[in-house]
Write a protein that binds this ligand. Structure first.
Ligand code: GRF
Length: 225
């Protein structure tokens, strides 16, 4: 298996599907899909292609801390290089975030319109331009360092559904692109700046494998993934 992804979902899972479809590129593989609820289309999509699934519901635990701990254990069992939150509608806890790098896709141009109703909020505000953001997850709500963004124009007569569908078309492509680049080239984080690839060198010049690419991406004051 190449670069290993665990993808977390809560709903229809079209972003997950885009990642599953892109595994043919050979840059990464989806080794498991986790959910916070049963019976969702995202889990069916994983099952269809034989990818293992797990469900951790908050309501099955005494509190969020225990849920966080169980989720971290479930994810760890699949030894991911990266966790992708793709329409996962829960705030991840400190154990998961300490154990794995996590990226999230969000249907707005952060820092505008964080939270669960980004598309509705953007429409209500009356913006003419919105879009999507792929970012690293930290302990806040959609506050982690931005990796990539793309704009989507709001059209006359758009409602939440039509606008969200147009954003998701862009979002799926952007997510696959970003995850592919992270898998191929590694990344560094310095403050709020995420750089994909080895700094100071041509992107593919000395790539001999994922391990090396990650280990040598250290920058002063930054963290290496
Ligand atoms: C995406 O727009 C994602 O950014 C948001 O929920 C949507 C999930 O869509 N958090 P899907 O389940 O991948 O189809």
């Amino acid at each position: 298996m190449s670069f290993r992804l665990v993808v977390l979902v809560s709903g229809s899972g079209t972003n997950l599907q885009a990642l599953l479809d892109a595994t043919a590129s050979g840059d990464f593989g989806v080794v498991a899909v986790g959910a916070d609820r049963h019976g969702i289309e995202g889990l069916t999509r994983a099952g269809r292609v034989g990818v293992p699934t797990f469900v951790e519901q908050v309501s099955d635990h005494a509190n969020r801390d225990e849920w966080d701990e169980s989720l971290a254990v479930q994810i760890a069992a699949h030894k991911p290089d990266l966790v992708v939150s793709a329409g996962f509608m829960k705030i991840l806890g400190p154990r998961v975030l300490a154990a794995f790098p996590v990226v999230n896709t969000h249907p707005a141009l952060l820092p505008a319109f964080p939270g669960a109703h980004a598309v509705r909020d953007a429409l209500a505000y009356g913006v003419r331009l919105t879009g999507c953001t792929v970012h690293l997850v930290d302990t806040g709500v959609d506050t982690g360092p931005v990796i990539a963004q793309e704009a989507v124009a709001v059209r006359e007569g758009d409602d939440e559904e039509t606008l969200h569908e147009r954003i998701k078309t862009v979002e799926r492509r952007l997510l696959v692109e970003v995850v592919g680049r992270m898998a191929r080239d590694g990344w560094t984080v310095t403050g709020r700046t995420v750089r994909i690839g080895r700094t100071g060198e041509p992107r593919d010049a000395s790539r001999t494998g994922r391990e090396e690419s990650f280990q040598q991406c250290q920058e002063p004051g930054g963290t290496t993934k």
